[in-house]
Write a new protein. Structure first.
Length: 189
């Protein structure tokens, strides 16, 4: 099962940008190797797509299970999403994030990004040593001081291994979380 979609443009994501935005991960947990940002001809399944190549040589938390698992799914989703958003911001593509720059994003990507809904399903085992993943950003909209991003993703390999999921992310779009907390505590002191 593959995602069938035609693209009008495909950009290779700069390796320096990719490395910069998966930098918070420990060296042995940097699973995303390369990525491409894809602009679909039809937006029925998503506004933007990012396709990545992954390799997990050894699990960061458990003895080798012999297959891609739920924890690794979440880590791979996060890495693909971090890089996709960096590309959106660098190229001024997402209207909801207008005014953001890469420095703002880098300082806020851990504290102000919250997964509010996460689901995954595993159809056939995936060998984690070498596989691909696709992230579709279906909707990105701002409401007040909140940006909501609805995504879907799939991970797969050449042996018909398949896992898929849906993830909704809330992004705090006001003052950075730390500053907002300090002001709130000051007001109520």
């Amino acid at each position: 099962m593959k995602i069938e979609q035609e693209f009008v443009k495909v950009d290779n994501i700069d390796q320096n940008l990719l490395n910069r935005f998966i930098e918070p991960y420990k060296e042995h947990c940097k699973y995303l190797q390369k990525a491409q940002f894809q602009y679909p001809q039809s937006t029925d399944r998503g506004r933007w797509f990012v396709q990545g190549e992954f390799s997990i040589l050894e699990s960061c938390y458990i003895a080798d299970t012999g297959h891609f698992n739920a924890v690794e799914f979440n880590i791979c989703f996060n890495q693909l999403c971090y890089v996709a958003i960096a590309h959106l911001i660098q190229n001024n593509i997402a209207e909801a994030m207008e005014g953001w720059n890469l420095e703002t994003y880098k300082s806020r990507r851990l504290s102000d990004f919250l997964i509010v809904k996460f689901s995954s399903a595993f159809k056939k085992p995936i060998n984690a040593r070498n596989f691909q993943g696709t992230l579709a950003i279906k909707k990105c909209s701002a409401r007040g001081n909140l940006i909501m991003m609805k995504t879907s993703c799939a991970f797969y390999n050449c042996h018909e291994g398949w896992a898929e999921g849906d993830v909704t992310i809330a992004i705090l779009n006001g003052e950075p979380q730390e500053t907002a907390s300090v002001k709130q505590n000051t007001v109520f002191a």
